[in-house]
Design a protein around this ligand. Structure first.
Ligand code: G16
Ligand code: MG
Length: 220
């Protein structure tokens, strides 16, 4: 029986991928690194430090921990400044409607995001009231594809993994949710999230009616 919903943030509730891209691009341009949208695609759902490692590895750059932290902080400063432009109109189409419907039906709702800026993004969207719990980049040590973030969210909601649906747009996110024993809803193309229990092209298609009809036995 499904009692809880856990949502990833970037790519599910809102599309902050563009702001992440522009912030990494600015840092890379300043540093003279090669960085493009193709590499950016590999950063989807991946933590900040792991993302930086992908970029520096791609550029054959080795740096000590302090330097890596400095670069990550620089990128984050650019990203956080861009978040000031995010507002209540920046939900991905369908996301706000789904949140409204599941709250109305009394399901428990949590966020399960790799981002350390998740609370700021929720505040900008004016979405904080939808969530009974927020698990973010500060909540656990091991990031996706480890299941820790979703296990942390489920614990906060006081529901078991097999009583939860996890919505994710990243391969690493679906891997994480499956490893934790959650039911999974993939948002995006088959190549990325085709291994989810159910997949929708976008949040627009992921209405509560559609979700319930795909997991019929879990909602009866
Ligand atoms: C998001 C993005 C990632 C980003 C990560 C960490 O994950 O998809 O690209 O690197 O958060 O963000 P920050 O640098 O703000 O801590 P999610 O899990 O919300 O899709
Ligand atoms: Mg995501």
């Amino acid at each position: 029986m499904i009692k809880g919903f856990i949502f990833d943030l970037d790519g599910v509730i809102t599309d902050s991928a563009e702001q992440h891209y522009l912030a990494w691009k600015r840092l890379s341009d300043e540093m003279g690194w090669q960085f493009d949208r193709k590499i950016n695609e590999r950063l989807r759902g991946i933590s900040r430090m792991a993302s930086l490692k992908i970029i520096t590895d791609h550029n054959n750059i080795q740096a000590d921990e302090d330097t890596m932290q400095q670069w990550a902080t620089q990128k984050n400063d650019y990203y956080v400044a861009a978040l000031d432009d995010v507002g209540p109109d920046d939900f991905l189409p369908g996301a706000k409607e789904l949140l409204t419907h599941i709250k109305r039906e009394g399901f428990k709702v949590a966020l399960g995001s790799s981002s350390k800026n998740a609370n700021k993004v929720l505040q900008q969207l004016k979405a904080t009231h939808f969530f009974d719990a927020v698990a973010d980049g500060h909540s656990v040590k091991n990031s996706k594809p480890a299941p820790d973030i979703f296990l942390h969210a489920a614990k906060a909601l006081e529901v078991k993994p097999n009583q939860c649906l996890v919505f994710e747009d990243a391969k690493s996110g679906i891997d994480a949710a499956k490893a934790g024993g959650f039911y999974t809803v993939g948002i995006g193309p088959n190549e990325r999230v085709g291994h989810a229990d159910v997949r929708f092209d976008s949040m627009k298609e992921a209405t509560l009616f559609e979700v319930k009809s795909h997991f019929k036995e879990l909602f009866s």
